[in-house]
Design a protein around this ligand. Sequence first.
Ligand code: ZN
Length: 227
Amino acid sequence: MIFWHEPGYVVAFTTRVGGVSVAPYASLNLTRGTGDDAANVEENRRLACEDLSLEYGRLAFNRQVHSDTVLRAEAGVRGQAGDGLWTDERGIPLLAMSADCLPIAIVSTGPRRALAVLHAGWRGLADGIIAAGVAALGDGPKAAIVGPAIGPCCYEVGPEVSERFDEDLTVDAKLDLWSAAERRLRAAGVERVEQVNLCTHDHPELFFSHRRDGLARGVQGVIGALA
Ligand SMILES: [Zn+2]
C-alpha cells in the first residue's frame, strides 16, 4: 500500500501485492468484473480494509462506467453506476478502482471533514469528474492526491483524445494524464495537489495495467475514509 498521510483521514493506494488471487489476477485484485474468482476478490477487499483498520462490511464502491457521476456513499452500498463517491461521515470506507486510469482522493482540509475518491480515465477527466468531485465536498480549503496511473511515458492516444486536453499535455502522441488531472484539480480550487508519480504500465510487479495486460487482469485502487 502507498499511504497518503493527511490528518483526519485514512487514504491509501493499493498495489497488486498481498492478496489471494492467482495469475493473471495475482494477487490483490479488487474487481470481479474481469473474470477473477468472486470469493478471492471478496477476500482481497477484506484484506485491504483490514490493513487500514477499516470495516469491510461498510465498504462502498461503484459500478464504474467512465462517467462524471459522483455519488454520496452509503455504508455497504456497492454497484451503483458512477465513478466517484464522497462522504462526510466517519466509518464508511470508499473504494475507487483503476488499472491505468487515475485513482484520485480529494479531502476537505477545513473544519468540516469530507472526502471523495474518483476513478478517472481520459473520458471522465474531459467530461468533468474532477470538478464534480470537488463540488461534492462543498466550500472550504481542499487537498488532493493523484495516484498510480499510466504515465506520460506510456499513454499513447489518438487525436480524438488529445484534442480534449491542453495542447502541451500531449508530446509525441503521449498524453500526460497526471498533469491533466492536476490542472483540473487546481482549476476547481484545490490548493494543494500531490502526485504519486508511478506509472502502472512500467511496474508489473506493483500494478495491474490494462494497456499492458489486456482485459484478463486485476485492478488496484484508492481506499479512503474519515479517520
Ligand atoms: Zn510509463
